[in-house]
Write a protein that binds this ligand. Structure first.
Ligand code: NAD
Ligand code: ZN
Length: 233
């Protein structure tokens, strides 16, 4: 599975950050920190209950100060430093644990907690503090800053770049993601279509396990370092 690989795409989800102490989305009760998805992850929720949505992401942003990258983030960062071929780490996570571990060839397809986005002019700025509704955009001076999170029904970031990387990939690895949220859940099919090998690492079989050539079950902090050791020989 791991022989003759040059170009790699890694897709990561909430499961890779679980052992750092960040809750996943679809726990047993299908909630993210006690909230229903529809209440915090949709444009409708933002329009109707801006206070609640902003506060939810303020809490998630504040929580980042209490957590650290785990062995899985560290291993991907080590791979990034050492790998000669193409590598793209595509994360669905809005935390910053990949970059704090040192990963550089990284893209946040669902946005970032430590960023604020202007709903009017589209400018994004780094943001470390609480973000009250009606915060003023430095670009257009309108009171339109919102969390820079891709909500359900919105277009994920950098889909063209992701698609190009998938089309060149020899190996596609999906780590700690439930395979329930499209378009990310469909990446495995693109990868297979172009003849890439496909590997899933997850604690339990996911909704998409069926599509992967190989699934390895266990905690990311164990499986990801093992995979990186294999890849780096
Ligand atoms: P998800 O919560 O739907 O699925 C998490 C997956 O991780 C599950 O399949 C679970 O079996 C697996 N998992 C749990 N613990 C694991 C471990 N220790 N090792 C390996 N696998 C483990 O997450 P998702 O598929 O990423 O979709 C949720 C969406 O919610 C994301 O798109 C993201 O934007 C958002 N989200 C982000 C964060 C974050 O940034 N840390 C946290 C929660 C939700
Ligand atoms: Zn603006």
């Amino acid at each position: 599975m791991i022989k003759d690989i040059r170009n790699i795409v890694m897709l990561t989800g909430a499961g890779i950050s679980a052992e750092s102490g960040l809750a996943t989305f679809r726990g047993p009760d299908g909630l993210w920190e006690g909230h229903r998805v529809e209440d915090v992850c949709t444009p409708e929720a933002l329009a109707r209950h801006a206070e609640l949505v902003h506060r939810f992401y303020d809490e998630r942003r504040a929580k980042l100060a209490e957590v650290h990258p785990n062995a899985a983030h560290e291993a991907l960062a080590a791979l990034d430093r050492a790998w000669d071929g193409d590598l793209l780490i595509v994360t669905q996570n809005v935390d910053d644990l990949h970059e704090r571990a040192g990963a550089r060839r990284l893209l946040h397809m669902h946005g970032e907690l430590r960023s604020a986005l202007c709903a009017d002019c589209g400018k994004a700025v780094a943001w470390a503090d609480p973000l009250p509704p009606q915060s003023v955009c430095g670009g257009c001076a309108r009171p339109s800053l919102r969390p820079d999170i891709v909500f359900f029904g919105e277009m994920p970031y950098e889909m063209d770049r992701i698609d190009a990387a998938l089309r060149d990939a020899d190996l596609f690895v999906s780590i700690g993601t439930s395979g329930a949220v499209y378009p990310a859940a469909g990446f495995v099919q693109t990868a297979r279509h172009v003849g890439a090998r496909t590997l899933e690492l997850n604690l339990d079989p996911s909704a998409g396990s069926f599509y992967f050539e190989e699934s390895r079950m266990g905690p990311a902090s164990k499986l990801v370092p093992e995979l990186v050791r294999e890849l780096l020989g």
